[in-house]
Design a protein around this ligand. Structure first.
Ligand code: ADP
Length: 268
């Protein structure tokens, strides 16, 4: 901060002007730096799977026909890398929509049953490929909520993907839905690595990742929970997180339940 005060000459000192120049150079520098880091980070994140895909593509072309083991391995690796890349690109597109203010939920009255069944079925295939069991526990006749189905699916998928990714071998994931205190609560529970309270408090910040140590590095971009939390807030809901390091986590989406329809009423 720079304060410049001008005074009149000729004896009687009179303050006749105050100019305040506030230039937060540090913040500007950090923003520029963050922008550069971001481009470098994203380029790297896209480049490394592309290299791997290129390498395994060549292997497939050279030996895929004569060696079935190589064929299977190459196809698996390529599919995994494509999944990672498309998850990053999707999250980036959604973050940019969110920040440009063009992510406007089109909310409708929705009974979550079918949506949760579909989401759990899709996630189950991904979980089982990693030796993790996924279970759906849905209370009977849960109230309707007002949601944008596409956005809600993005939030839920990010939670389910994390519950699988940050799990342990032989672990499990439960997707549960119930009512509590006038809310519909959709919870994703896992028996995974959990997180410390100071990390739990920050995981919904953009680009925040818990520092990974040891050989078991999972990789990621720190956008999934930021998006999930923003989407829940766009629905005037709450995302709560319980976690115990080494034992697992519970991510719960709380949404106001809608009043039941009068008998004979129809939703158009
Ligand atoms: P990413 O997984 O791409 O790093 P997220 O925004 O989805 O980004 O998650 C932010 C961080 O929160 C992760 O890096 C991870 O450390 C932590 N985290 C998210 N979900 C879980 C979970 N189910 N169990 C333990 N840690 C988690």
């Amino acid at each position: 901060r720079l304060w410049v005060t001008a005074q009149a000459l000729h004896g009687h000192a009179m303050v006749y002007g105050t100019l305040v120049v506030v230039r937060d150079a540090t913040r500007e520098h950090l923003a520029r730096q963050a922008g550069n880091d971001f481009v470098a980070h994203v380029s790297h994140e896209l480049k490394s799977p592309l290299n791997v895909i290129g390498m395994y593509g060549e292997m497939l072309a050279d030996a895929g026909e004569s060696d079935p083991a190589i064929r299977v391995e190459a196809i698996n690796v390529i599919q995994d890398e494509v999944e990672r890349m498309s998850s990053l690109v999707n999250n980036l597109l959604n973050v940019s929509k969110l920040e440009m203010g063009s992510m406007r939920p089109e909310r409708h009255r929705v009974k979550l049953d079918d949506l949760l069944r579909d989401a759990s079925q899709q996630a189950r295939a991904r979980a089982e490929a990693k030796g993790i069991r996924l279970e759906l526990q849905m209370a009977r006749d849960i109230a309707a909520v007002s949601v944008d189905k596409d956005l809600f699916r993005i939030a839920l998928n990010n939670l389910l993907n994390n519950a699988i990714k940050y799990n342990k071998p032989g672990g499990n994931v439960v997707l549960a839905a119930d009512e509590a205190d006038g809310d519909v609560v959709v919870a994703v529970r896992d028996s995974g690595i959990g997180m410390a309270p100071e990390d739990r408090a920050r995981v919904t910040e953009k680009f925040f990742r818990v520092r990974e140590t040891g050989p078991d590095q999972r990789g990621g971009h720190g956008l999934g929970l930021y998006l999930a939390n923003q989407i829940v807030e766009l629905h005037h809901g709450r995302l709560t997180i319980d976690s115990e390091p080494g034992h697992g986590s519970v991510f719960s989406i709380h949404l106001k339940k809608m009043p039941a329809l009068a008998e004979g009423a129809h939703v158009l």
